[in-house]
Design a protein around this ligand. Structure first.
Ligand code: VGL
Ligand code: ZN
Length: 198
């Protein structure tokens, strides 16, 4: 058994004061750092959008954040502009032990496709390359932590199961956005798909 720790999107914009703040998002930093210190393989995921990204409500006339629109690949929630490439909001939380990571995988760079999962973009086809990295390092198990539990952590966990990994989500190092019951729905879906929630 070889486990990798996958740290999802612990970036300033998802923390209090950020553009798409997750309630108490900064509280994941301390427990995540403890896991990073212990882990053999550490991957960081980084939401990394161009300014003209189609997931930003401001790039759709007449739309406001949290509206849902139809994209070529299906329904897409619109967000406040966040994690713009190179901005301070896109940087990792300053206290996160990011220097100890083996690799950083960025996602959401294509203007027309959002990406919640750190494995595949929202068209469910475009890979980030993380599966190949994990296979080449003989990883069998992944442990996921970070932001937001009900979007990027959940989508990543479900993709990881589908790719054949043993998947654990460590809830004390996750926080949810929780819009329209999304937290409970994500927990139920993960449980149903065989994700271990601890
Ligand atoms: C996320 C919404 C938009 C996340 C990223 O990290 O959960 N959510 N972009
Ligand atoms: Zn995003």
């Amino acid at each position: 058994m070889t486990e990798a720790l996958i740290v999802i999107d612990i970036q300033n914009d998802f923390c209090p004061g950020g553009a798409l703040a997750v309630p108490n998002g900064d509280q994941v930093v301390v427990p995540t750092n403890a896991l990073i210190e212990e882990a053999k393989i550490v991957i960081l995921s980084q939401d990394w959008h161009p300014a003209d990204h189609s997931s930003f409500a401001s790039n759709h006339t007449g739309k406001v954040p949290f509206d849902v629109v139809e994209m070529e690949y299906g329904s897409q929630t619109l967000w406040p502009a966040h994690c713009v490439q190179g901005s301070s909001g896109a940087a990792f939380h300053p206290k996160l032990k990011a220097d100890l990571a083996d690799a950083v995988f960025r996602k959401g760079m294509r203007p027309a496709i959002d990406s919640y999962s750190t494995f595949f973009e929202n068209d469910r086809k475009t890979p980030t390359g993380l599966v190949g990295f994990l296979r080449e390092r003989n990883v069998t198990d992944v442990r996921l932590v970070g932001l937001a539990l009900d979007f990027c952590v959940a989508f990543s966990a479900l993709d990881a199961v589908e790719q054949g990994f043993e998947v654990t989500v460590q809830l004390d190092a996750c926080r949810a956005i929780d819009i329209a019951g999304s937290r409970d729905a994500a927990l139920e879906q993960m449980r149903d798909c065989g994700v271990r929630l601890v």
